[in-house]
Design a binder for this molecule. Sequence first.
Ligand SMILES: Cc1cc2nc3c(=O)[nH]c(=O)nc-3n(C[C@H](O)[C@H](O)[C@H](O)COP(=O)(O)OP(=O)(O)OC[C@H]3O[C@@H](n4cnc5c(N)ncnc54)[C@H](O)[C@@H]3O)c2cc1C
Length: 198
Amino acid sequence: MYDVVIVGAGAAGFGCALTLASANDKFEWAKDKTYLMFDNNKSDLNAAKYCNVAGVDFGINGVELLEKMKKQLSNFKACQLKNDTVTKIEKSDNIFKVTAQNETVEAKIVVLATGFHKFEIKCEGVEVKANDNAPKPNLIYIENKNNLIKENLYVAGLASKVPTMLSVASGDGAKVACDIFKQWSGKVAVVHDFASKK
Ligand SMILES: Cc1cc2nc3c(=O)[nH]c(=O)nc-3n(C[C@H](O)[C@H](O)[C@H](O)COP(=O)(O)OP(=O)(O)OC[C@H]3O[C@@H](n4cnc5c(N)ncnc54)[C@H](O)[C@@H]3O)c2cc1C
């Protein structure tokens, strides 16, 4: 059983996963939490290069940036990344059963970070709508209130209807992680690292 399963390892998925996993060695309540990200490699990063993302190498190719994010995540043993397509999410007795093509796992919390192209996962309670915050037609978002779809089911990134910039999508994933921290700890959790004094 995973504490959080994230569907989608694009900007939002990595923003969420890195924030979640970085808390494990900082708080008692986060110590043994486990995370899994499923992804089927269709992130918009694959088609892009980036010149306007703060702090990111000017002109970096999106494929290279994805590789950097994967490498960064590998520093955190609490989070696994698996290449698979999620097809169904069901909830019973407060536990989610997440079915992918190659395996089925259980999770206490699920985060949908599936982008704004389409949503083909069978999942009760998910309402898919036309995204009028997108630059062209036929793009979607998932109805949510402050990233929450229903209890323990969140949406992050372009799927939540944020503007289409990478740092916004990534930040939205991090924001959802902070919402989850608040749910776990009952207070605002600050997951920051401090530079050592020279
Ligand atoms: C050509 C292009 C150029 C761009 N240029 C810029 C730029 O210059 N500056 C900027 O800030 N932004 C730019 N962007 C936008 C930026 O890339 C997006 O805002 C960002 O990638 C959105 O992140 P996301 O996580 O919401 O979605 P994505 O990055 O698209 O990630 C969604 C992920 O979910 C996965 N997924 C979906 N369904 C499933 C499923 N059922 N099972 C498993 N995995 C699933 C997909 O495979 C994908 O990896 C550009 C985008 C494009 C296409």
